[in-house]
Ligand binder design. Structure first.
Ligand code: NDP
Length: 417
């Protein structure tokens, strides 16, 4: 049984720690690592409190590490003898953690594409910047790297693979739709790391159409959708990691686009922050101190992990996929829903962290059980979706398929700007 090293003990890392503990029989031991010992201790104690069979210091250990430092990560992997490294820190840590896995031969998993600080509007495809060039190194090390296995990117990529394998003979278009119908009661907050989240919303939207990446201003394409459980919402075309790998696996798709729901208040506050230059990653000097405005905004926004208590409502995330089956048009919506209050009751987290941590641990189980063993670097849609979608409900998130009318479209309207 491989030992599991989870790097990052924020909202997602905490869910992963709880879920790993629930599946402790599949892992040797669980090590939880980040820079702040107090946060690690808090998460580990909560895991032990909710899982009486787990012993602190034996089944789960905490380790401090700077995950942007390859040498530190490599020596930690050796120290805890990790067979699987689950990267749930910030995307700024990806390259160091990947390189440490290549050096030590540990398997690598993450939930977000690598980013550099103080760099904006990165060229597509994003995975070609830092991840894919390392594929030959993973080949040489004879080890696994599974990229982007949160919910989106992650499960939605798996849904596409499942649709191609079981539901459609050919895929014409993929619309990934993410709606958080929940209410955290705060004036303005992001559901995961504000640095990553506000950056991805602010950047120009890159989506795939007619064999090429197209770039449009953010919030300039909008439609209204009516989804299971969460109901009717306005969703906006947005740049997202999965658009940068899916065209490789589904080259026949004429369009692949990601849509995220935003409420009126969120958009108003976002506009003000953006127009003032407060979500820029480019540092400015303030009284002799160089600081990216976005870092300052992050410091004053609520910590995403603290939103969990009192968060009500549900999220619905899925793929609206159009294509043909047996020569006839078919359109399916493959989706999951998740209830914020239920997540808090079970593991003390909100649904955005939960829907990321659960698939990450389901993927770790795939590697631990040998169900996935590509011995190279892959984006998750390249793997067999069946065992993963079989185990995910057992780890905590169910999924469903519904047919949608082939001639119906979500009513598309103009954008917000
Ligand atoms: P948080 O900000 O809550 O947590 C980040 C964690 O990483 C903290 O524990 C932080 O601890 C740790 N960390 C940051 N920098 C370092 C470092 N240099 N060395 C070691 N540890 C570090 O973020 P979330 O938990 O909300 O998100 C985690 C990841 O999941 C992000 O990459 C995010 O983009 C991704 N994500 C993916 C989703 C998907 O569906 N695919 C959805 C939501 C999130 P400390 O500061 O103490 O070191």
């Amino acid at each position: 049984k491989p030992n599991l090293l989870i790097v990052g003990a924020g909202g997602v890392g905490a869910v992963a720690a709880h879920k790993a503990a629930q599946f402790a029989e599949d892992f040797g031991s669980i090590a939880l690592a980040s820079r702040t010992e107090a946060k690690l201790q808090q998460v580990a104690q909560d895991v032990v409190d909710r899982n009486p069979d787990i012993t602190l210091g034996e089944d789960i250990v905490t380790e401090t590490v700077d995950a942007r430092n390859k040498e530190e990560v490599a020596s930690l992997i050796r120290k805890v003898d990790a067979g699987i490294v689950l990267n749930l820190a910030t995307p700024y840590c990806n390259t160091a953690i990947m390189d440490a896995c290549i050096e030590t031969g540990a398997d690598y998993l993450d939930t977000a594409v690598a980013e550099e600080e103080h760099v904006e509007n990165v060229p597509a495809p994003w995975y070609a910047n830092f991840e894919w060039p390392r594929k030959p190194d993973f080949d040489k090390a004879d080890t696994n790297a599974v990229l982007g296995i949160g919910f989106d990117p992650g499960v939605v990529n798996v849904f596409c693979a499942y649709a191609k394998r079981h539901l459609l003979d050919a895929i014409d278009s993929i619309d990934i739709i993410d709606v958080n119908g929940g209410d955290h009661g705060r004036y303005f907050a992001t559901n995961f790391d504000p640095d990553t989240n506000l950056r991805e919303i602010r950047e120009d939207v890159i989506y795939w159409e007619d064999g090429e990446f197209k770039t449009i201003p953010h919030h300039s394409r909008k439609m209204t959708v009516d989804l299971p459980v969460v109901g009717e919402h306005d969703v906006y075309s947005m740049g997202h990691d999965e658009l940068h790998s899916l065209p490789r696996a589904f080259p026949e798709a004429k369009r692949i686009e990601f849509w995220m729901g935003f409420g009126e208040r969120y958009l108003r506050v976002f506009d003000v922050l953006e127009n003032l230059g407060l979500i820029s990653s480019i540092p400015v000097e303030v009284e002799g101190v160089e600081m990216a405005p976005l870092k300052m905004v992050k410091a004053v926004l609520p910590d995403p992990a603290t939103l969990a208590e009192g968060y009500t409502g549900e999220v619905c995330i899925g793929c609206d996929i159009r294509g043909t089956k047996n020569g006839k048009p078919r359109r399916v919506f493959i989706y999951s829903t998740c209830d914020h209050t239920e997540c808090f009751r079970e593991v003390g987290s909100q649904a955005i962290s939960y829907t990321t941590g659960v698939p990450a641990i389901a993927a770790a189980l795939m590697l631990a059980r040998g169900e996935w063993d590509p011995k190279t670097m892959v984006n998750v849609e390249e793997l067999n979706p069946d065992p993963f979608l079989d185990v995910m409900p057992k780890v905590g998130i169910d999924w469903k398929v519904m047919d949608l009318p082939v001639d119906g479209s979500w009513p598309e309207t103009s954008g917000h700007n």
